[in-house]
Design a protein around this ligand. Structure first.
Ligand SMILES: Nc1ncnc2c1ncn2[C@@H]1O[C@H](COP(=O)(O)OP(=O)(O)OP(=O)(O)O)[C@@H](O)[C@H]1O
Length: 299
């Protein structure tokens, strides 16, 4: 990376808009991704995530706005030099083995990742020397993920990278992506697996019908929602105070509820319930946080 690219953001986009006929797929979207940061782009089906990615990758032209990748216009040769992409529907040459495909791609880059490392990182050991024509969907996806990183890119666009992967494959991607970002890489990730977003990303941008709905670090968003989950058990046959039902639901032996004043509630539980056991206070996960904010109409 040159001195100039070390100081400009990986992605800088202002006022991006895109229509498909009467459908406004994206409207006035601005976002920035710093170096060494992972940004999660989330939203419901049809929210505009893939459209945003295709504009940032330069695969489509925006109707309005402007996007730069390390200071270069999105889609330009200079921008593409920095970028790795996890393709949605990769068309691999069927006669080649996965190792040959990875080695062929690696040969196009100045400082590629060693193919052996990618083989281990994405669990390809038993597959890598087989011709790719019989590969399952999940196996093809693992090769596609390895391909996104083979050039040791400064920025990776990952559009639903783990769709169709088994849990082992999902975990491998999470671990690899997080290490990549901690090593200075920049990642723009879309996923409907919000646990994946939470594990990998520092910040999120949430869009809805093409428009920005929520933006911030995961910590800021949780703080803004201002809720914790409090859960506990009560020793069997101990009396249960009637006020518990106002705040908690019972699931098996465990009581659990969401509160804006978890400290106060915990104090009350301890004072009132000598038979209290195994109390936990935890921040809500991303899905619960967003659901809470939507319920309270704060987004
Ligand atoms: N080529 C196209 N022609 C017409 N409409 C399109 C085209 N591409 C996207 N759209 C529409 O634009 C909107 C945004 O689509 P997009 O694929 O960006 O959503 P998404 O957030 O990626 O959804 P998903 O989570 O389902 O993948 C949708 O209403 C979609 O139907």
């Amino acid at each position: 990376m040159t001195g100039r690219t070390a100081t400009v953001p990986a992605i800088s986009a202002r006022g991006l808009g895109k229509r498909f006929g009467r459908i406004e797929a994206l409207a006035d979207l601005s976002l920035e991704l710093r170096r060494g940061e992972a940004l999660g782009l989330i939203g419901t089906n049809g929210a505009g995530k893939t459209t945003a990615l295709t504009l940032l990758q330069g695969l489509r032209r925006a109707d309005t706005g402007r996007a730069e990748i390390f200071g270069h216009p999105a889609g330009s040769v200079a921008a593409r030099r920095h970028v790795g992409i996890t393709p949605q529907n990769a068309d691999f040459p069927e006669q080649m083995s996965a190792r040959e495909v990875l080695a062929y791609a690696a040969a196009h880059f100045e400082r590629p990742q060693p193919v052996g490392e990618l083989v281990a990182a994405f669990g390809l050991e038993r597959l890598v020397d087989r011709r790719m024509d019989g590969f399952s969907g999940g196996e093809l996806r693992r090769v596609a993920l390895a391909l996104a990183f083979v050039g040791n890119p400064d920025l990776v666009f990952a559009d639903e990278p783990t769709a169709g992967l088994d849990t082992g494959g999902q975990d491998m991607f999470k671990a690899y992506a997080r290490a990549y970002v901690e090593g200075g890489g920049s990642l723009l990730l879309t996923s409907h697996h919000w646990d994946e977003i939470e594990h990998i990303c520092d910040r999120i941008v949430m869009i809805d019908r093409g428009r920005l709905l929520l933006e911030g670090t995961l910590d800021d968003i949780r703080r803004k929602a201002g809720r914790n989950r409090i859960s506990f058990r009560i020793a069997e046959s101990a009396p249960v105070p009637s006020w518990l039902d106002e705040h908690f639901q019972r699931e098996g032996q465990r009581w659990s509820g969401v509160s804006a004043d978890s400290d106060g509630l915990a104090r009350r539980l301890i004072a009132d319930l000598p038979a209290l056991q195994d109390i936990h206070i935890e921040p809500l996960d991303l899905k619960e946080t967003i659901a809470q904010m939507q319920m309270e109409r704060t987004i």
